[in-house]
Write a new protein. Structure first.
Lengths: 307, 305
């Protein structure tokens, strides 16, 4: 088990280095970033000065070395447009993103597990059909469109909910629901099918035969085992989470990371894009690592391996 | 044994009649929607076979009509019969834009599906058949690709090579192969143990020959199922990119970008955002249902209950 974890950690580090190199050179193949920043009527001298101050006069190899050195000190570079360190920008926007994503994630998971389990337990009932219908809609309708239609109905026509900003709790309703729409259907379907698998197993039959109340069978015996599959693929929810956050922040003018990176992309502010990509890569690898370890812990074949 | 009287003896035909009809409808309706959309996309205009004046789109999608801004659909009060679905804030015909938008959405997703299926199949078979280090390496990369947010990659590519049709195709392809690779690997692992593979190895078939003459034909069914189910995913992904402004550049219409165009006019012209979104939903649903149907026919093992 220890050996397994160490190997996984080493692999994650190698992957991180690979991604960092890839990202660093990818944002530079477009050519000279100076062409995007400097206005054309600068004098040659001013141009050189700016170039030097940004460290763009050095070779790619040197730039990469400086970049890595700074990154290990926690310095992720500076925005070309806003002339602020990227870390400061993240510090300003990350809390706002978390204020939206954390409640959305928790709500989605609670709903997914509750609805998925109910649907599996009462198969082909009203619950089950409702869940299946919701899953079909959720996987077909684009989240951004549903969000805009919600704005149209609840903000434009009914005037119940505000559209932009984050000053009152009412401002949270539509953005959070938008994100729930992104995450809920897939997870709910997975919980349902995982639960159906478990309910079909021998030990559930045994639990029923020995006369346990159905409540205990479902919520104690079945649930524990039905949790395993969905938990191990939580890592794969990350892309959905990112897309949901960016789209939701864009639609509702939420001043978070999603809006920030989208703006940086359009402004071609490559240090910002680069820094956030690397940060997300660290997050992705970290979550995968955690899931691997979790899985190793759950799976006795790996847990009892001799190192 | 008590025999109930008055009940006709039923001949067992496998499924109830109503179930059979529903089964067939879940094939016919989605297939019809997809074929209709493909025809619409192909024949929006016939410029590509030298007949630019004939086509299904009533107007040039980018032609502006300053006098007819934000007109409602023709079936509503105040609509003009020239503009079936109304006009946007530049007075462009929404119906024509939606028709041309089908072109972008469908072509991008079909191209991406072929590229990713090709890469994913090769890597998946290689990984499953060869095993060992190649397998470990490919599967680690697959794990990362499956959990890396494609949206960030699209942004990175947007910064690196600029916006455009092929940037979108690339952004969706770079990570899209991973799902295929994982699935096909599993299938290959199973088929590798078959007798016919062992026999091929005994008579001295090369690795490539075993992979493509013996293993590949046995995974084609699963491959077709995944590819069909990907139609919807890819259309949604392309729409999301266009919606955020990371897709095909303006003024070219794509369903996602038309929805985005309508955002600022929601209080005056809801139809701009509403109709392209309905098209996306219809096509994606059609793709998903068709995929489900094909899966039930070809490869019921893939079914997720």
């Amino acid at each position: 088990m220890t050996r397994f974890i160490i190997v996984r950690i080493l692999q994650a580090i190698v992957a991180l280095i690979g991604i960092t190199i890839l990202v660093f050179f990818l944002v530079r193949v477009s050519g000279d970033p100076m062409a995007l920043i400097a206005s054309p009527n600068l004098s040659e001298e001013q141009y050189q000065k700016i170039k030097e101050s940004l460290g763009l006069d050095k070779s790619w190899g040197e730039q990469f070395w400086i970049y890595i050195k700074e990154m290990t000190r926690g310095n992720l570079g500076e925005s070309l447009i806003r002339e602020k360190p990227v870390t400061t920008m993240i510090g300003e926007s990350l809390p706002n993103t978390l204020k939206m994503t954390v409640p959305s994630f928790v709500l989605s998971m609670l709903l997914a597990f509750f609805l998925g389990i109910m649907a599996a337990t009462y198969r082909d009932s009203f619950w089950d059909n409702g869940v299946k219908f919701l899953a079909v809609l959720g996987q077909a309708l684009p989240g951004f469109w549903v969000a805009i239609m919600a704005v149209l109905i609840f903000s434009v026509y009914l005037e119940w909910l505000p559209v932009a900003g984050m000053s009152t709790p009412a401002h949270y309703v539509l953005p959070v629901l938008t994100m729930v729409f992104f995450m809920l259907p897939g997870m709910m379907r997975l919980v349902r099918s995982s639960m159906l698998d478990v309910l079909d197993s021998e030990y559930i039959k045994l639990a029923r035969i020995k006369g346990l109340p159905e409540r205990v069978v479902i919520w104690k015996h079945a649930l524990r085992n039905a949790l395993i599959t969905p938990l191990t693929i939580i890592g794969m929810l990350l892309p959905t989470l990112v897309v949901g956050a960016v789209i939701s922040e864009q639609i509702f003018n939420w001043p978070g990371m999603g809006s920030m990176i989208l703006r940086a992309t359009f402004e071609r502010d490559f240090p910002v894009v680069q820094a956030i990509t690397v940060l997300v890569a660290i997050m992705v690898l970290g979550v995968n690592l955690l899931v691997d370890i979790l899985y190793a812990y759950i799976d006795p074949q790996i847990r009892y391996q001799r190192s | 044994m008590v025999i109930e009287k008055g009940k006709k003896k039923k001949i067992y035909t496998g499924l109830k009649r109503s179930t059979r009809i529903i089964r067939n409808l879940t094939l016919i309706i989605p297939a019809a929607i997809l074929i209709l959309m493909i025809i619409v996309a192909l024949f929006a205009d016939l410029g590509w076979i030298g007949l630019p004046d004939i086509g299904l789109a009533p107007q040039d999608p980018n032609a502006t009509h300053p006098r007819d801004k934000l007109l409602p659909p023709s079936f509503m009060e105040g609509g003009k019969s020239d503009y079936f679905l109304g006009t946007d804030r530049l007075g462009r015909d929404l119906f024509s834009r939606v028709i041309y938008g089908a072109r972008v959405s469908l072509s991008v997703s079909l191209i991406v599906i072929f590229i990713t299926a090709l890469i994913g199949t090769i890597l998946g078979i290689l990984s499953g058949y060869k095993g060992g280090r190649a397998d470990a390496f490919i599967m680690r990369v697959t794990d990362v690709a499956l959990s890396f947010p494609g949206l960030l990659l699209a942004m990175l590519l947007w910064v690196a090579i600029g916006p455009g049709y092929w940037t979108v195709v690339l952004a969706l392809s770079v990570l899209g192969w991973a799902g295929y690779a994982r699935m096909i690997r599993g299938e290959s692992l199973r088929i590798r143990e078959s007798d016919f593979v062992a026999q091929a190895q005994v008579v001295g078939a090369t690795t490539w020959r075993v992979m493509f003459k013996h293993i590949f034909p046995n995974i084609v069914n699963s491959l077709i199922v995944i590819m069909t189910l990907q139609i919807g995913m890819m259309i949604l992904a392309e729409a999301a990119l266009s919606f955020l402004g990371l897709g095909i550049t303006a003024p070219t219409a794509s369903w996602g970008s038309i929805v985005a165009d309508g955002r600022t006019e929601l209080d005056r012209a809801w139809w701009i955002s509403a109709f392209p979104g309905i098209c996306i939903g219809l096509v994606v649903m059609a793709g998903n249902f068709l995929g489900d149907w094909i899966r039930d026919k070809l490869d019921p093992r893939l079914r997720q209950l």
